[in-house]
Design a protein around this ligand. Structure first.
Ligand SMILES: [Zn+2]
Length: 98
């Protein structure tokens, strides 16, 4: 196989997507009557490197743990993983509640 030097799917040539898992925890305030209110969803930093690259069109995908050391996809997978630094809280779709 020719050496991969473009950020395209090696199988079909379509654009690829970089992804990283987030670990999140939702926390509620519990009222005296047992209602869950005020959901807060916080991202808790995952350190086990769950990230990778997927094709946007076919079923090709490459998990970070399966990447060769010189894979050009490693850098974009790592960038996706690093993006979790900028995500502290996730927004919950919430109804008007007061
Ligand atoms: Zn593809």
């Amino acid at each position: 196989m020719a050496k991969q030097n473009e950020f395209k799917c090696p199988k079909c040539g379509s654009p690829v997507k970089a992804w990283a898992d987030l670990d999140a925890q939702v926390t509620f305030t519990v009222t005296a009557s047992g209602k869950l209110t005020k959901p807060v969803i916080a991202n808790s930093y995952q350190t086990d490197g769950r990230c990778g690259v997927d094709c946007s069109a076919c079923d090709w995908s490459l998990h970070h743990s399966d990447m060769q050391e010189d894979s050009i996809f490693e850098s974009i997978a790592n960038s996706a993983l690093a993006a979790q630094d900028s995500i502290e809280f996730l927004s919950a779709k919430r109804q008007n509640s007061n």
